[in-house]
Design a protein. Structure first.
Length: 147
């Protein structure tokens, strides 16, 4: 009786193992592809650059170069100084940015004077659009929209 039980148990385990092997995908198959560590690292780096590249933060003034047509959007409190080139105020809602040097509000489309300290008053997509290649000094959070 013990031999019969042992034999049946052995065959039951063997059948279960065969069925389980068929249910599990083979590594490297289309259902379970293998990837290399370098591929995973490169995808992770691309994702990191995508999310970090969207918004940049500068705790001190950094030099930012824009090509003609590029737009720099600043978060509330971002400070900007136009060092060279021609730029205009960019805003989607027609609002302006503060020119602290002159003590006035620059409206959408208005030319920005060089070496004036500008401050972005709100987080509503305000910034500077480059009419030519420009060099800016920027402090705070910002993102660059390429032409």
């Amino acid at each position: 009786m013990k031999k019969v039980f042992f034999t049946l148990s052995f065959f039951a385990v063997l059948v279960f193992a065969i069925i389980a092997k068929g249910a599990i995908n083979d590594p490297g198959s289309e259902a379970d592809p293998l990837v290399t560590k370098s591929y995973v690292d490169s995808v992770a780096e691309e994702l990191k650059n995508y999310f970090e590249g969207k918004v940049q933060k500068a705790d001190k003034f950094v030099v930012v170069n824009l090509n003609s047509g590029d737009i720099l959007i600043g978060d509330m409190g971002t400070e900007i100084i136009l060092r060279s080139g021609n730029g205009i105020v960019y805003s989607q809602q027609g609002q302006g940015i503060s020119d602290i040097t002159d003590g006035r509000d620059l409206k959408k489309g208005e030319k920005i004077l060089p070496n004036h300290l500008l401050i972005i008053p709100r987080d509503d997509n305000r910034g500077i659009q480059a009419k030519t290649g420009v060099v800016l000094m920027v402090k705070g959070c910002y993102q660059i929209l390429k032409k």
